[in-house]
Design a protein around this ligand. Sequence first.
Ligand code: ATP
Length: 489
Amino acid sequence: MPEKNELMEKIVSLCKRRGFIFPSSEIYGGIGGFWDYGPLGVELKRNVREAWWEDMVLRHDDTTPPPGMPSPYAMVGIETSIVMHPQVWKASGHYDLFQDLLVDCRHCKARFRADQLTASQCPLKPSKRPGEHATCDLTEPREFNLMFKTYIGALVDPESEAYLRPETAQGMFTNFRNVLATSRVKLPFGIAQIGRSFRNEITPRYFTYRSREFEQMEIEFFCRPAESRLWYEYWRDRRFRWYVSLGLSEERLRLREHSPEELSHYSCGTADVEYAFPFLPEGEFGELEGIAHRGDFDLRSHMEGKLVRRGEELVVETESDGKPRHPGSGKDLSYFDEETRERFIPHVIEPSAGVDRSVLAFICEAYAEDAIPDENGVPQPRVVLKLHPRLAPVKAAVFPLIRRDGMPETSLAIYRELKRTWNVDYDDKGSIGRRYRRQDESGTPFCITVDGQTQEDGTVTVRDRDTTVQERVPIRELVVYLRERLTAA
Ligand code: ATP
């Protein structure tokens, strides 16, 4: 395999060449931090979302819950708006706290994150760190809010300010009462959502890893306070296993518990699922997902107002006149437990994952280079994406060996049959070797070829992407054969 940086360049170039990921607005020179998904990328992304939704929402209780906890428990989906009432972000703390410290250079106008100053480069040549050129003139660190601002209605004034959501989570908290009232769920239960989020990241980088527009897959799991530690451990371990089940290797993945100093002021436990992305220096990992025990922080904030820590306690932040600085909704977001006849605010466990970062990790993991023999038995280098079959954008490709002797007709009939169940390709152009290569680079697990023997005995060859071994399979058994092989992994 190539060196790390070279490897990342090759992955980015494969994503472009095969139509996985393009820079947004490329014909105008692109726009930093925004990406478009092409024909294969959109299928891969859809498969990641669907795998998450199937495993976490539809079949969420296939796993064993913590000892003594109920099974099945409820999990429901929701889809909330991107622009929400501005008070949501004030009560949640995002308005005041969702910011990075920035340093500007008055000379070259470059902007750096204060916490990444030593890892950044001044744009002037020769390359040096910010502050190291004689002309560098850095400001003190200044706060910069990461939320994108917009205006609702015709007037651009402070009254009409609103924000694009920087996370999907708040939509679950603001709908807590609606879900309780309409779906008859009882604790413990989860609300799940997949949707776009926006952060005006100061230094978008590492391809799609740090984008300004991205997609999240989030769960807010509500439970009794006394049971919350068990549920936290359950979700932390379960979410780690999910990535392994879809092909990320345990050597490149890790589950990192935050140290007490690192924890948010309201959290009594947070762990990140991290992946050793090839663009990171050796030994460094990047976050794929955070699993946080958030206590009753969010529901309380939306009831009472923005909370701050005072000693051991979370209290509503007040102005000098004693009024809440950012009032909550004033609505009751507590839960009445019919078993214990108690009323309390549930605790929340939040597994929060990024679709784009997962897609990128799956692509990085799947990228491989090897050599396979050509028609004359001479080994030829190839690039192959060994994506898990559930994630592969195209599940099978059908080829006629040559464009005559009835082979195209038979191939098209097979293609149409398989297309009823899966996303399948048909390709009759170029040498068979080149057609295989194209599918290998796209991550297609199986290639089916109709050849001379097909007309005689009704069989086709099925070539396995990873081993390149070919088997003869009767056409009438193809659907069963593929179903077994695609779900076996
Ligand atoms: P980071 O520390 O890398 O900025 P974060 O801790 O701020 O991430 P969270 O707020 O926990 O991230 O968001 C949950 C998930 O959303 C992340 O684990 C990641 O997968 C995804 N995510 C967050 N920010 C971005 C981004 N700018 N681009 C792509 N995905 C993101």
